[in-house]
Design a binder for this molecule. Sequence first.
Ligand SMILES: [Zn+2]
Length: 464
Amino acid sequence: MIFVALGDTEAIGANCYFVKLDGTGLVLDVGVDPNEEGPESLPRFELIHRNPDWYIDHAIVTHAHHDHIGALPVLLREFPHVLVHMTRVTRQLADLLLPASARLQRRRLQEGRSSYGPLFDEKQLEGYSYLYLTHEPGQDFSVTGLRGRSPVRARFYHAGHVLGSAGVLLTHEEDGRRQRVFYTSDTNLRPQAIIPGGDYPEEPVDVLILESTAGADPEAERTTRRLEEERFGEAVRRVLDRGGSVLVPAFALGRAQEVLAVIDRLKREKVLPADVPVYTAGTMRAIADLYDRTRFVTPRLDPSFEVFRVEQRRLPRRLEAVRQALAEPAIYVLSSGMMFERSLSNRMAQLLVEDERHAIFLVGFAREDSPAGRLLAAAEAGAEEIVLDEQRGPQSLRCEVARFRFSGHSHRRDLLRLVERLQPRHVILVHGDEDAREWMADNIQFFYPEVNVWMPRSGEPLEL
Ligand SMILES: [Zn+2]
């Protein structure tokens, strides 16, 4: 087996892994780096073009977050014969999110905020969507390549991360021996508010490609979801009582719907007043609709729960109308989760940040160099100013800032448990910054010394 990370591995960037199994060439995920733009954000496809022994027969996309799917149209343009596999809901999400991404890229160019043209347009996407093959978790499908010397089978497992998300098990034979490779992708062993915890192969695997997002987050393992929900409810209540509003920046896919489910419970339990307005906007509403429409056919804790059971107002488009809305205490659940510049959550934060009545509550993972990461660090350091938007410059930081752990990722002790359960001979650590992967590597080596741990750098082939 050959494994090559085509995206950045020093930080959490584009997820895209080339795997060659006994003559078959695969890529696992085809993401973009959310912190880069244009060609800089893409996986290094040129490595495949350059090496005559490397080629791609099939692409497997585990879920619809941009860092896992955002470069798929570019892959299909460069390698038009590739067959793409994903779950049915991920395909529905792709049909929603990839065109939205194309529109956003075009707008950034028009507004002069990017010097790069869009990587793809909506017209191309229409054609590509027909090429996606869908499979349900638990179903075996073939991903054997043209030059494959033995059959390669794949099977999706519910990953417990977001709607449609899956880990994938690859089975093939090498030198007459059966080999099992499991890629966790983003995974969560425990239930969230809507989505139940992940499923994993019953039998041991040979190679485990393991995410390590929370590897450097000791807090996450010390708390429980229930405790975090309680703490969140009390904190929101306090802000509303003093006449302030709460902004919850959240990823449009996953975190937003999960937070709405938590708000629903807190309202039912009367922790929060039933009539406090909840504002949502944009793609997250379309995604919430898909969560609701697929609630009987995808894994749920409670199939009767609908995200739109939580009464939601649409965020007004005009700034003046938003200012007027702020006269009344409310909760705003807006994307992006990392508060990237020009996103709704970033613009809303600019309105709230200078008033001590208001609060910004972060609920998911935020890279240190993202506006959300910088806001959290500034608040913890007691800084008086924060730059949320480069063009606007510094603003005074007076609102309350706090973090709650409603992550869609497993905490690091659970990831170790997964190693114990799957008994791999090799673990390849991916999707984590340097500290996170180092903690994971140290601990796997300490608790399971028989396991070989690898932390390959971007572009460096690993042969197992
Ligand atoms: Zn994800």
